[in-house]
Design a protein. Structure first.
Length: 195
C-alpha cells in the first residue's frame, strides 16, 4: 500500500501543474478583454481545444490516481477483506477511551478501528510523531463508525479528535495509542525512542 505522505506529495505537484494550466486560461481571457481598441476575437477552435484539454487532464488525473490513494482499494473491496483485529474506541464527555492501550497492530494486516460516540460528533485521526495525518474518520453519535486500515511501516502513532466538539475537544489526544511492528521498514516520521 502506498504511503499517504508520498501520494500527497505527488498529487500536490500534479494538481499544481493542472491549476497553473487553468489559471493560464483565465489570465489569457483577462488579458484579451482588457486590451484597448478593437481586438480580433480569439478563434473558437483554439478556445474549445484548450478547454477540452483541461477537462481531459482533470478527469484523467482522477482516473489515473484514484487507485493510488491508500484507502480506495480497501473501500472498494472491503466486503471481501477479513481484518486481523478490531479495536474498540469510545468517545464521551471529551474523553477517548481505548479498550487496549497501546493498540498493537501487526505489519501489513488489516485492522478495524471501531469508534462509538455517546454524546457529540468527534473525529478519529491517527497521526505520526511529526504531526502529519495518516488517516481519519468522523465519529457520529448513535451510528456505526469504523475505519479499516493497513500499516506498511513500523511506528508509534497518536490519536486525536479531528472534529470540532467545543473548546475541550482540542485536548482529546491519546499519545502512543497505536504501535505497529513486524515490518521491514520504519516510518521515519513516526518513530519514537523507548517504545
Amino acid at each position: 500500500m502506498a504511503d499517504s505522505v508520498d501520494v500527497l506529495s505527488t498529487l500536490k505537484l500534479v494538481y499544481t501543474i493542472y491549476a497553473l494550466a487553468v489559471i493560464s486560461l483565465i489570465a489569457w481571457y483577462a488579458y484579451r478583454i482588457t486590451q484597448r481598441g478593437e481586438v480580433k476575437p480569439a478563434k473558437k477552435a483554439i478556445f474549445w481545444t484548450y478547454v477540452t484539454v483541461l477537462i481531459t487532464m482533470g478527469t484523467g488525473l482522477h482516473f489515473l490516481t484514484f487507485n493510488l490513494v491508500p484507502w480506495v482499494p480497501m473501500d472498494l473491496d472491503r466486503a471481501n477483506i477479513k481484518s486481523e483485529k478490531t479495536f474498540k474506541i469510545i468517545y464521551k464527555d471529551h474523553v477517548i477511551t481505548l479498550d487496549e492501550k497501546p493498540m498493537r497492530v501487526p505489519c501489513n494486516k488489516y485492522v478495524i478501528f471501531d469508534a462509538y460516540s455517546e454524546d457529540l460528533t468527534y473525529g478519529f485521526g491517527i497521526f505520526r510523531q511529526d504531526h502529519s495525518l495518516v488517516t481519519q474518520m468522523q465519529v457520529v453519535p448513535g451510528n456505526g463508525n469504523d475505519l479499516m486500515w493497513k500499516f506498511g511501516k513500523n511506528g508509534t502513532y497518536y490519536i486525536r479528535s479531528t472534529e470540532y466538539s467545543g473548546p475541550k475537544g482540542t485536548q482529546m489526544i491519546v499519545q502512543d495509542a497505536v504501535i505497529v511492528s513486524g515490518c521491514q521498514e520504519d516510518d521515519t516520521k513516526s518513530m519514537k525512542k523507548g517504545i
